[in-house]
Design a protein around this ligand. Structure first.
Ligand code: 523
Length: 140
């Protein structure tokens, strides 16, 4: 892909349960480099789709949850020359997160997230957002 080629967006959901001050993480099955590591669930934005709509579609497909999408959180992360990752906050409106494509899901609080980051248990791109996520979890 040339430097001037189209850039595709990947959107990840910072799904926060404000009552329990916790964040939803999902464990990747593939590819090998990140298999077993935890991510903010999401996926690629399709042509003609907004990031918000893409996130709602991916989370319904992958986890069976309906979410309300909020604003951007953290910096964008360049995954490759032609792929950029962003995070949007979200909250579950209905459903219980049940993995279909991931091997597991878990809710973590700020301390839990921090510990997982220290242990290298997050996918590298998402680790960039840890301080922003901890701040968001502590917000009142
Ligand atoms: N990431 C990533 N962090 C993160 C997500 C949702 C995705 O680093 N929180 C990366 C992993 C892949 C790329 O973004 O390199 C695409 O994510 P993926 O595979 O979850 O998106 P899909 O399912 O839309 O893409 P395909 O598997 O290619 O269909």
């Amino acid at each position: 892909m040339s430097a001037a080629g189209p850039v595709r967006l990947v959107v990840a959901g910072a799904i926060i349960d404000l009552e329990n001050r916790s964040l939803l993480l999902a464990r990747r099955r593939y590819p090998a480099e990140v298999a077993g590591l935890w991510e903010l669930p999401g996926g690629k934005v399709e042509v003609g789709e907004t990031p918000e709509r893409a996130l709602r579609r991916e989370l319904a497909e992958e986890l069976g949850i309906d979410v309300e999408v909020g604003g951007r959180i953290g910096p964008e992360v360049a995954l490759r020359a032609d792929l950029v990752l962003i995070a949007l906050t979200a909250r579950v409106v209905s459903g219980t997160a049940t993995p279909t494509e991931h091997s597991a899901v878990r809710w973590v609080d700020g301390a839990g997230l921090s510990a997982m980051a220290s242990e290298g248990e997050l996918v590298p791109a998402d680790a960039v957002w840890v301080s922003d996520l901890i701040e968001e979890l502590a917000r009142r």
